[in-house]
Design a protein around this ligand. Structure first.
Ligand code: ZN
Length: 191
């Protein structure tokens, strides 16, 4: 078990494009340990996902998991998923406005537009190939983590900076309306 330090916005490594890994490299103890560390760090921080550059490793690997998440209780569950070399493509032009936060942007949330229906191709930690359709908030989580691999933070996608809030002000003034809207959305599209 190794919980790694999470880099915060302002660290130049978060703005780099991470590189693809080969299957041979993925099989090495170093990268398998990195994946374990990402899972441990994501769990320790109660994140819905974490990408390798957030712990300073510029490789295209991220982990995602949502189980009764304290930070995002309205998110549908996602079993632990390790994504390696992900390629994400929108399946249509439907968008949804999601209020997001990020472990690398402490105490800040804001509204971003995300594609509702995406195709995600990736390898798992053993190099097995996956080709999946993800929808709704789960699609948003995949887009957020894949953005990290290209040096993009959710802040870059906040189209109205007046939506930015601290976490306690979100709870106080914005949470109820957002949860009502997004719960109706989740019921409509599923995850
Ligand atoms: Zn993030």
């Amino acid at each position: 078990m190794a919980v790694r330090e999470i880099l915060h916005v302002g660290n130049p490594l978060l703005r780099e494009r991470s590189r693809e890994v080969s299957r041979a490299e993925l099989a090495t103890p170093a990268l398998q340990q990195l994946i374990d560390d990402l899972v441990d760090t994501m769990h320790a921080a109660a994140g819905a996902g974490i990408a390798a550059p957030q712990v300073g490793e510029l490789v295209r690997i991220a982990t995602i998991e949502v189980t009764n998440n304290a930070r995002y209780p309205y998110k549908p569950p996602i079993p632990l998923t390790v994504v390696v070399n992900p390629i994400i493509e929108p399946l249509d032009d439907e968008l949804v406005e999601i209020n997001e936060g990020c472990l690398s942007v402490p105490n800040m949330r804001g509204n971003v537009m995300r594609f509702v229906n995406v195709r995600v191709r990736y390898w798992d930690r053993e190099g097995g190939e996956h080709d999946e359709t993800r929808r709704g908030l789960t699609a948003g989580t995949f887009q957020h983590e894949c953005d990290h691999l290209d040096g993009v933070l959710f802040l870059d996608r906040v189209h109205d900076t007046r939506s930015l809030t601290t976490w306690d002000q979100f709870e106080r003034f914005h949470r109820a309306a957002f949860v009502e809207r997004i719960t109706a959305f989740v019921e409509r599209v599923g995850s």
